[in-house]
Design a protein around this ligand. Structure first.
Ligand code: ZN
Length: 312
């Protein structure tokens, strides 16, 4: 692996473009990811094969004749967009801490069509939900918040406290690392602040046996499979008792107003997953890059802790 990526920091754009100047360089990267020890036929396991001259970036097995494209199984498969542009798009999306809009993508890639840029962004974003992701563990702060959503005509009609008229409800959880930093997060759109809803959220997001720290809201009192530590709010403000989940919510809302110009109800869940993806990989740009392109479909479980232990 080139030394500039060893630290897993985002390489500068110029360095990135220098590393992947053309489709050939991208295909070589895919090849190394797919066959780190050399070609292996997915059909018969044969180790002998060659790259076809007539078919771009496709290998043929010497034993069974099966042809395998280096893009098979990735988001780039059968796409008319050049690999170089896919790589650049994934790099931009992985390194922009605030995300990137389809319009910005179009300009950055020099694409003639907005539709192509939009489709590209959409396909990359689909990789942002990892179905096999591990639940949060250890000590986990949980809380809920409400987010005003954008409509064409209606003014935002937010009620006070836990009332949620005219707002979108979101539950959140964040892992507390032993050194005091935040680990991974989870966010989900919820229907209400009831015990059933919140218990369901915690059950899905947090490993059994983990310690859940909340503000003492009764919605968390029926947790059975987790150790519940209620920090009841008296004179202390919520952001002091649960600093990390409040920082997550604050960042989420700032992103919503600053970059997205208001959350839309229909897309909220997708936005939340995008935010979670970016947060959970904020120190691991190369991992983000690979997963956006669908290259690193399965990460060994141990990897996550290894990554978190790296200093940003
Ligand atoms: Zn074969």
């Amino acid at each position: 692996m080139p030394s500039r990526w060893k630290s897993d920091r985002p390489p500068a754009l110029a360095a990135f473009v220098g590393r992947f100047p053309d489709d050939r360089a991208c295909a070589d990267y895919l090849c190394r990811k797919r066959w780190p020890e050399g070609f292996v036929c997915p059909a018969c396991g044969g180790l002998k094969g060659w790259e076809l001259g007539a078919k771009r970036f496709t290998w043929e097995c010497a034993a069974c004749g099966r042809q395998t494209s280096v893009t098979a199984g990735t988001v780039m498969h059968r796409s008319k967009v050049p690999l170089r542009l896919w790589f650049l798009a994934a790099h931009l999306m992985a390194t922009h801490s605030n995300g990137i809009s389809a319009l910005q993508m179009q300009a950055q890639l020099g694409l003639g069509s907005y539709k192509t840029a939009w489709l590209l962004c959409h396909k990359l974003r689909r990789a942002m939900v990892d179905p096999d992701r591990e639940p949060l563990a250890g000590v986990v702060e949980v809380d809920e918040t409400s987010i005003p959503f954008r409509t064409k005509d209606d003014p935002v009609d937010g009620g006070a406290g836990r009332s949620h008229v005219g707002k979108l409800l979101v539950a959140g959880a964040v892992e507390l690392m032993e050194d005091g930093r935040a680990g991974r997060i989870r966010l989900a759109v919820i229907e209400d602040y009831g015990a059933m809803t919140l218990t369901e959220f915690v059950t899905r997001a947090v490993e059994r046996g983990a310690t859940v720290v909340s503000d003492g809201w009764s919605g968390y009192s029926s947790l059975k499979e987790h150790t519940h530590e209620a920090k009841v709010i008296g004179s202390m403000a919520a952001h002091v008792l649960l600093p990390w989940i409040h920082r997550v919510f604050a960042n989420l809302k700032r992103w919503g107003t600053g970059v997205l110009h208001g959350f839309r109800k229909a897309h909220l869940d997708r936005y939340l997953q995008e935010f979670v993806f970016r947060w959970n990989r904020r120190r691991h740009t190369r991992v983000a890059f690979d997963s956006l392109l669908g290259i690193a479909v399965t990460l060994p479980h141990a990897c996550y802790r290894d990554f978190v232990d790296q200093r940003a």
